[in-house]
Design a protein around this ligand. Sequence first.
Ligand code: UTP
Length: 281
Amino acid sequence: MSKIKKCLFPAAGYGTRFLPATKAIPKEMLPVLTKPLLQYGVEEAIEAGLETMAIVTGRGKRSIEDHFDVSYELEHQIKGTAKENYLKEIRSVISSCTFSYTRQVEMKGLGHAILTGETLIGKEPFGVVLADDLCDSENDGVLKQMTKLYEKYKCCVVAVEEIPAEDSNKYGVIAGDVINDAQYDTEALVRVNDMVEKPEPEDAPSNLAIIGRYILTPDIFDVLRKTKPGKGGEIQITDALLEMAKIGKVIAYKFNGTRFDCGSVDGFVEATNYFYEKSTK
Ligand code: UTP
């Protein structure tokens, strides 16, 4: 299978945990310091060598398209002033990749949002970034770590982290067999054989939760087409991945780095403090 060139950003959710802020502003456009969450995700994908950013949007999300475009009026206004510097990073993002968009008309869950993105992805492996999971790492970004793993194992890869037992009902939780690979830390890689969406602590198969980074192979679309609504009446990517896991096609990877759940107020504040500290060092 070919090299990974595209990254899908499902960004059509309602972001209800951030109401009223998300009434007219997409959750993905909330800024940590001066940068919207989605820009961090796009920068991570660029660092991983990905060239096409495929964004699944929905009603009321037009500001996402405007953000990744030139604002001539603004450019004209600040041309030649010190303020031009503020646009340096976003200009570099815009010139480093291409953007394509499609709309999810009914918000039927993450699995459905990914299936909606098929038209932008086609028949090639691709990355998925949920921008409200903000990741930072010292060396390679999380998506870059995962694309390297894909190059070696040529199957789906999900990023996981250890969570406290009482949080299991917020995540997809995996179980499987450790893969011994001298290139990776012991227990960093697991061949997944079970996955449960938002289990209660007593039903969780492990303490390893999937976070918002995936590498998927295009056969996931056929599986998603057949996936019935699961937990919460939504089409769950976890249910589709379980089908792939049953034939040994999913690896879970304990990534190097830190991740903030910016879909929750606590995680968002933590991320803001973390990036502020980092920027003043
Ligand atoms: P979340 O469940 O975290 O997002 O979905 P949400 O529904 O927007 O937030 P809350 O729970 O109401 O506060 C994870 C990701 O999947 C996308 C979201 O935009 C988010 O990036 N998503 C979810 C879609 O694109 N479409 C959907 O139908 C559901």
